[in-house]
Ligand binder design. Structure first.
Ligand SMILES: [Zn+2]
Length: 329
């Protein structure tokens, strides 16, 4: 009976999302925590497996993505689901590999077999099924797999809990862990020590965007964004989703006269018109056009109609609100 009530709530949420009556907002606000909790349970996992099956019937993936070659290492984006990315990090000499957020175990296994690589570990940025949804089946398939995830994140099939400033040594790879709560409580970001460094940002940073604050305050999220801003400016950012079109369109509408945003918008439109991927991005550029990294900028405060002395966390809260209400079509 309890599950039935929860199911009714979830269905009601889905229907109400498309309704515009004045009473819808307070009702969805009330139902959201129930729906969100549901998503994190086994019922959410069942929905994830169902959506994997639905996506399998599609012949064309959401994006055409190119690998990034580094010294002796290859980073390969794998487009999965409707807009997610998993990433392989491959040592070209030993063929040892780790995979970030392998939510579609079938796609991961296919790549491992085709390329004859040795999958050693999973790096999970957070517990949501569109990131961690492949852990259980992959661990069953490859029993020696090490499964990393935030210590307080309840990541599926986790064998190696990690915390802030931990360093993971895996064969040739050295990977630093940054605790970045906000989207979820135990969200972490992985930084591959390479030249340039590669940052797997999960749902913290997207191209010109930032993840929703499901389990954190603007202050928490701001502190997490600041961690990324302090990394070397030549770092490559590999986000968990292909959200660039919507995120840069939003930035472009908010800052119509701001050159870095408008230049990125022209590029993203061109890329996405032929389904080319927009990842990775470079931190140095992200610092210029990503509005979520401009919370201390007067240009952004003017665009949001906020006084220049507004604290960055308040700017972030207002920016999030504007983004959540932004409709791309
Ligand atoms: Zn998420």
């Amino acid at each position: 009976m309890f599950v039935l009530i929860l199911l009714v709530c979830a269905v009601a949420l889905l229907i109400l999302r498309k309704t515009t009556a004045y009473w819808v907002k307070p009702v969805t606000k009330f139902l959201f925590p129930v729906g969100y909790w549901l998503y994190t349970t086994r019922l959410g996992y069942a929905f994830h497996l169902r959506s994997l099956n639905k996506e399998k019937s599609k012949v064309i993936p959401h994006s055409v993505a190119q690998p990034t070659p580094l010294s002796g290492v290859l980073v390969v984006p794998i487009p999965i689901l409707s807009d997610n990315y998993s990433y392989f990090i491959i040592d070209l000499t030993s063929k040892d590999a780790v995979v970030v957020d392998p939510a579609d175990p079938g796609a991961i296994k296919t790549y491992v077999v085709e390329k004859r690589i040795n999958l050693k570990a999973i790096l999970t940025t957070h517990k949501h099924w569109d990131h961690a949804g492949g852990n259980v089946l992959l661990k069953r398939q490859y029993p020696d797999l090490q499964v990393y995830g935030g210590a307080n994140e309840n990541v599926a099939a986790q064998t190696h809990p990690v915390k802030d400033n931990d360093t993971i040594k895996l064969g040739k790879f050295t990977i630093d862990v940054l605790s970045t709560p906000g989207h979820t409580t135990g969200h972490v970001v992985y930084v591959l020590q390479s030249e340039p460094p590669c940052v797997f940002t999960g749902d913290l940073i997207f191209v010109a965007g930032n993840g929703q604050m499901f389990e954190g305050t603007p202050q928490t999220m701001l502190a997490s964004i600041n961690r990324i801003q302090q990394l070397p400016s030549n770092s490559l950012l590999f986000p968990g989703h292909e959200y660039a079109f919507n995120d840069v369109k939003f930035a472009s509408s908010l800052l119509p006269s701001y050159t870095p945003v408008q230049m990125k918008w022209q590029w993203v439109k061109q890329q996405r018109s032929i389904k080319l991927s927009t990842v990775p991005s470079i931190l140095l550029e992200e610092l210029k056009y990503n509005p979520f990294m401009l919370t201390d900028s007067d240009i952004l405060k003017d665009a949001l109609g906020l006084p220049h002395h507004t604290p960055p966390a308040e700017v972030l809260a207002r920016l999030r609100q504007r983004k959540d209400n932004f409709r791309t079509n």
